[in-house]
Design a protein. Structure first.
Length: 206
């Protein structure tokens, strides 16, 4: 018996084969992986896009905020990956450097947000390491269902928003829960609590 396997996609292959208009995809381990968020997940992402956009406009910050920005990352082993954060904040000058291209950003963005799904290790471990290596200045993990293990959330587990700030090439963590006001280095005057983000999910029992 001869077993054949499809060759792993390169990053260029990923961009060329990206199924435009049929959902969100990432490049992981050389394969095209479809990202299937729940409606609650999407509600939180949309809510944060609106709040960040409003804050950027209020302070006249030159940011582009979107849910469909692909970022090129590299693992510790040198494998290229294509990530699509649930929310991305990028300087307009970076975004507009080549507006004719469909390609992903290879430069560090200002802020990436991942809303946690069942594959929570991807957000807490893989993406955190990749975003740190790329140099993304700020990274939020929104664990609105407290899915991660107690090693990350403590005991008893409760919904949290983890904010990683890049300091001298390494992430430093602050965790927020309940009525805590979330401190964001990108939006230092942002008036937003964890409870407000959880409410935006639309899940009544939260």
């Amino acid at each position: 018996m001869i077993i054949t396997s499809s060759p792993k996609l390169t990053f260029a292959d990923f961009l060329e084969q990206y199924p435009d208009g049929s959902g969100r995809y990432e490049l992981v381990n050389g394969e095209l992986v479809k990202v299937e968020p729940t409606r609650a997940h999407k509600n939180i992402a949309r809510f944060l896009v609106r709040r960040f956009d409003r804050e950027s406009e209020r302070l006249n910050l030159d940011y582009i905020i979107d849910k469909d920005i692909i970022v090129k990352t590299v693992t510790q082993e040198g494998e290229e990956r294509g990530r699509n954060p649930d929310v991305a904040v990028v300087k307009a000058e970076v975004w507009n450097r080549n507006v004719r291209t469909y390609g992903a950003l290879t430069e560090p963005i200002e802020l990436a947000v991942e809303v946690v799904s069942t594959n929570w290790e991807d957000d807490y471990i893989d993406k955190r390491e990749e975003y740190q290596r790329l140099g993304i200045a700020e990274y939020w993990i929104v664990d609105y269902l407290a899915i991660a293990s107690r090693a990350f959330l403590g005991n008893p587990k409760q919904p949290q928003i983890l904010v990683y700030r890049l300091v001298e090439g390494e992430y430093q963590l602050r965790s927020f829960s309940g009525s805590d006001r979330i401190f964001s280095p990108t939006f230092p005057e942002l008036e937003l609590t964890v409870d407000e983000v959880l409410t935006a999910s639309g899940i009544r029992e939260l």
